[in-house]
Design a protein around this ligand. Structure first.
Ligand SMILES: [Zn+2]
Ligand SMILES: [Zn+2]
Length: 196
């Protein structure tokens, strides 16, 4: 699978490093998420408020992820009991990836800011969950883009490649690190009103 130059990523302090292997370009789908939870995760990490630009996420599959340094510093949080796993570098709190809680749903979203060369992620294909003037948010996904993403994930699932990820143990389906659910107090400051 590693035919092309991989997409390298690192945490803010550089202790955690790795790459996303790819057999075609760009090897994933670059989206921008405006949902309140992605914003909350950014605020939790101490990053500047991503509003109104949103959080860039490179959607790929978990079998492509490899850590080359600092895997022991990879940990995870959850904002809500059923929310996705948000993989974090414990050294500097930098968000690295989002994944489902079940490795059988093998998506992995690399936080775009972690890419050493963001140009390798390709152009933004869609903006999702953009807030609307009435206070709701618009899903905004493009059907063609979604279908191509789901087709890719289905192939990973059917081929059994989903088992080959550092983020989960394939036999037990247990995550590399047990995600810590943030407390109510921790969450309290992470959902400020939006300016738009
Ligand atoms: Zn770090
Ligand atoms: Zn989001």
């Amino acid at each position: 699978m590693a035919d092309l130059e991989p997409i390298r990523f690192s945490c803010d302090c550089g202790s955690v490093r790795g790459h996303i292997a790819r057999s075609s370009k760009p090897g994933g789908t670059h989206v921008v998420c405006h949902c309140k939870h992605c914003r909350a995760a950014a605020l939790w990490s101490g990053a500047p408020d991503p509003d109104p630009d949103g959080v860039g996420v490179f959607q790929t599959s978990a079998d492509r992820v490899r850590f080359t340094e600092g895997q022991d510093k990879v940990t995870a949080i959850r904002l809500t009991p059923k929310g996705p796993f948000r993989w974090i570098a414990s050294c500097c709190s930098a968000p690295l990836f989002n994944t489902a809680s079940d490795p059988g749903v093998p998506f992995a979203g690399l936080i775009a800011a972690r890419a050493d060369d963001p140009a390798m992620l390709g152009k933004v294909r869609m903006h999702i969950f953009r807030p609307q003037p009435d206070g709701s948010s618009k899903w905004g996904g493009s059907p063609a883009v979604i279908v191509s993403m789901l087709t890719g994930l289905a192939a990973v699932r059917l081929s059994g490649r989903w088992k080959d990820t550092p983020l989960f143990d394939a036999a037990t389906r247990k995550p590399l690190a047990t995600p810590r659910l943030l407390t109510k107090d921790e969450r309290a400051t992470l959902y400020p009103p939006r300016a738009y």
